[in-house]
Design a protein around this ligand. Structure first.
Ligand code: TYD
Ligand code: MG
Length: 476
């Protein structure tokens, strides 16, 4: 006899407990435990139980050619997916509400269905959030109304399965969003961990069975209330996060997990009134707002996936009236900033402890690379001394705790991009193989100067009459 059991699942982090409690023991969220009923057969599974089947083991090599990937023609999207959508796979597109997920996926759907892609596909767009008219209105505004996308509104997974579980179904199915889905056999409300997980599981199973490519939209929500895409990450093949700053018109699609491609690729889009436009040369765009040479600004030659990306890093250092000065960072890791500040203080004698420090990556980009250390340090030192970084200079290098500058990868690629955008000088980490690349790049008009210690950088940016650069904190 099957025994009915229940367990309690935290809607914030997905932790499971046998008993209800007011506060999740795992993540500390209040009032986030909800009951989930599960049927359990007592004892272990017997080999001769009803409905069991023997597994068929096969070789690793296969005779059949894999099905081609579906390329939508939006190069920025295709690159992030690792070269197109894989049939039978599940992709989760996660992002803040209002960031542009529905807009992006409607464009992808229209491209895939409309034959502007290399492989023509039938594409279904199922919206659980917007009405048919709303989606149509959006399509008309973006000039996509004629694309042969199959549009439907639904929230019941049972209805979706009933319409998609057929041999001649669509080859791409987009479900917007996973938080609106519900399975009627579960008691919890749509958006709870159990509903989101069960609904996604059901659709993913169907995608594998019927060979369509499933794209799920998931809102990243404030912790606690509704199940975020975190609980789905392990179930899907690919997780793409769509991010950007509301104050800026850039949007970045980033692969944070990809079973079919690299995970460090980004796609850059610009928001317009006609939808998202691809940005083929993001460096030019991120540097477009640069205001000549000012103290506290440095250009970092970074790398996002296979693509070099130049961004401006801005710093502000000012005297603080408070006992604990403020440190604020936008677009970079705050603990990394603390480390760079500590190294500047301990190894170079730069007194920043009593100063407020603000750091900003221009354009709303988020940088995760340690190679940005040197550019951050340059912006900070320049802000503190008032001495500008020489014009048309790009900077990159990782800083070690003793102040040494460590080599970074893909130096040539970074330098080439800098040169392409008209930079004339580069301050770089010492390269493993000295000499070879240097001469060639200098010949092309880019003077490469290696910086082996942070003190060298500070020396370049220190003015003899500098006001705030003090060798000893006791100078005042
Ligand atoms: P939407 O795609 O609905 O966001 P999400 O699905 O992530 O919640 O976009 C939010 C709003 O921004 C919507 O009113 C349309 C507008 N928008 C544009 O006008 N142009 C664009 O390029 C994008 C991406 C959005
Ligand atoms: Mg939406």
């Amino acid at each position: 006899m099957a025994k009915v059991q229940s367990r309690y699942v935290c809607q914030g982090c997905g932790a499971v407990a046998a008993k209800w409690s007011g506060r999740c023991e795992s993540c500390g969220a209040w009032n986030s435990m909800t009951e989930e009923v599960l049927e359990k057969t007592p004892g272990g599974l017997s080999a001769r139980g009803k409905g069991s089947q023997k597994l068929t083991f096969v070789d690793l090599h296969s005779q059949s050619e894999p099905q081609p990937r579906m390329v939508c023609g939006l190069a920025e999207f295709d690159r992030v997916t690792g070269g197109g959508l894989v049939p039978g796979s599940a992709v989760l597109v996660a992002g803040d509400p209002g960031i542009g997920k529905s807009t992006l996926l409607l464009q992808v759907a229209a491209r895939l269905a409309g034959g502007s892609s290399q492989t023509s596909a039938t594409c279904a767009y199922i919206s659980g959030e917007e009405s048919i008219d709303q989606v149509r209105l959006r399509a008309r505004r973006m000039g996509l109304a004629q694309a042969p996308v199959q549009l439907a509104t639904a929230t019941s997974v049972r209805d979706m399965v009933a319409s998609l579980d057929q041999p001649q179904g669509p080859s791409v199915v987009i479900v917007d969003s996973v938080q609106t889905l519900y399975i009627d056999s579960l008691e919890s409300a749509p958006g709870t961990v159990s509903q989101v997980r069960a609904a996604a599981q059901e659709l993913i199973r169907l995608a594998k069975k019927r060979g369509f490519s499933l794209i799920l939209v998931g809102h990243v929500t404030k912790e606690g209330q509704i199940a975020g895409p975190k609980v789905l990450e392990h179930m899907v093949d690919t997780v793409l996060t769509f991010e950007g700053d509301r104050g800026h018109h850039f949007r970045i699609l980033r692969a944070s997990k990809n079973r079919f491609g690299p995970t460090d690729e980004i796609g850059v889009f610009e928001m317009t009134d006609r939808g998202l436009e691809e940005v083929a040369n993001p460096s030019a765009l991120f540097l477009a707002e640069r205001r000549g040479n000012v103290a506290g600004a440095a250009v970092f030659a970074g790398l996002e996936g296979t693509r070099p990306l130049l961004v401006e890093i801005q710093a502000l250092v000012s005297a603080s009236p408070q006992a604990t000065p403020r440190r604020a960072v936008v677009g970079w890791d705050s603990s990394r900033l603390a480390m760079v500040l500590a190294v500047l203080e301990a190894r170079c004698g730069l007194a920043l402890a009593g100063q407020e420090v603000y750091l900003n990556v221009a354009g709303g980009l988020r940088i995760g690379e340690p190679a940005a250390d040197l550019a951050v340090a340059a912006a900070l030192v320049s802000a503190a001394t008032g001495q500008e970084v020489p014009e048309e200079t790009v900077i990159f290098g990782e800083i070690g705790l003793s102040g040494e500058i460590r080599p970074v990868s893909q130096v040539e690629l970074r330098l080439k991009e800098a040169e392409k955008l008209g930079f004339s000088r580069a301050w770089v980490a010492p390269r493993a193989k000295k000499g070879a690349g240097k001469a060639r790049l200098e010949g092309n008009g880019l003077a490469v100067e290696e910086i082996s210690h942070l003190q060298d950088l500070v020396g370049r940016l220190a003015k003899p009459q500098s006001r705030s650069l003090r060798a000893q904190p006791s100078a005042h």
